[in-house]
Design a protein. Structure first.
Ligand SMILES: [Zn+2]
Length: 80
């Protein structure tokens, strides 16, 4: 399940329903980022997309929207 809040997509974890990961397109890094452990510890440095990012991209395609694109000056992982 995906919920859009501002420029960030909240993606429900498939393992734990109470956990949400945050996905958005970073204008600074010019790539999609997620704050799940898999992405932070493995994909952030070497590149790649976690399943949450793929989910959000698919969602955007289906909805024909570009809702999560952040402007270049903003970091998009919450808490930054
Ligand atoms: Zn993720």
């Amino acid at each position: 399940m995906i919920k859009i809040v501002g420029n960030i997509a909240h993606v429900q974890s498939s393992r734990k329903k109470t956990i949400h990961y945050h996905v958005c397109y970073s204008g600074i890094l010019h790539r999609w980022i997620c704050d799940c452990p898999h992405f932070i510890f493995r994909l952030l440095d070497k590149g790649g997309e976690c399943k949450h990012i793929r989910e959000v991209k698919q969602y955007q395609k289906e909805e024909s929207k570009n809702v999560i694109y952040t402007n270049a000056n903003k970091k998009c992982i919450s808490g930054d």
